[in-house]
Design a protein around this ligand. Structure first.
Ligand code: ZN
Length: 163
């Protein structure tokens, strides 16, 4: 008898993430399932909460609002810079991501939200910030995590971390 999903369990799921415009942002159906450690914030909080108590074979159409997903969109995390700030040999495209330096010199991942004439709007928000996340989930496996996995905060072995 496999345990129900609870904190400290290694959980294997298949998922499909659909956005409100109908586009599929990501999915595991047809390839390797996702393995995560429940209760360790490996997945967005709204999904983790809704999967609590589910068992192997259970399915879920889990709707996760932005504030329990990748956060609300923060317009102050957006910046408009001239195209000339980029190397001339780079063909700029919406959605392109790259690394810049934050205020304190720390590496900061950003992506291009819009191209506007001679200007480029770059965003430090998560690309899915502000979006409602519509997950279709199938629970494939649940097992107790090992002490080492709990200590590391992630799952080891097939589908997990190798180190
Ligand atoms: Zn580890």
């Amino acid at each position: 008898m496999k345990p129900a999903i609870a904190d400290g369990h290694a959980v294997t799921i298949h998922y499909r993430l659909t956005l409100d415009d109908g586009s599929i942002a990501d999915e595991s159906f047809g390839s390797d399932p996702l393995v995560y450690l429940h209760g360790a914030q490996n997945i967005v909080p709204g999904l983790e909460r809704q999967l609590e108590g589910k068992k192997v074979g259970d399915t879920c159409d889990c709707e996760v609002p932005a504030n329990e997903g990748y956060g609300e969109y923060d317009p102050t995390a957006e910046q408009t810079v001239p195209k000339t700030a980029f190397p001339p040999n780079v063909e700029l495209q919406v959605g392109m991501s790259f690394q810049t330096r934050g205020r304190n010199g720390q590496p900061q991942p950003v992506w291009i939200r819009a191209l506007d004439g001679d200007n480029v709007v770059v965003s430090a928000n998560h690309p899915l910030a502000g979006q409602r996340l519509n997950f279709k989930i199938e629970v494939v496996d649940v097992r107790k995590a090992t002490a080492e996995e709990k200590k590391h905060g992630h799952v080891h072995g097939p589908g997990g971390h190798h180190h």
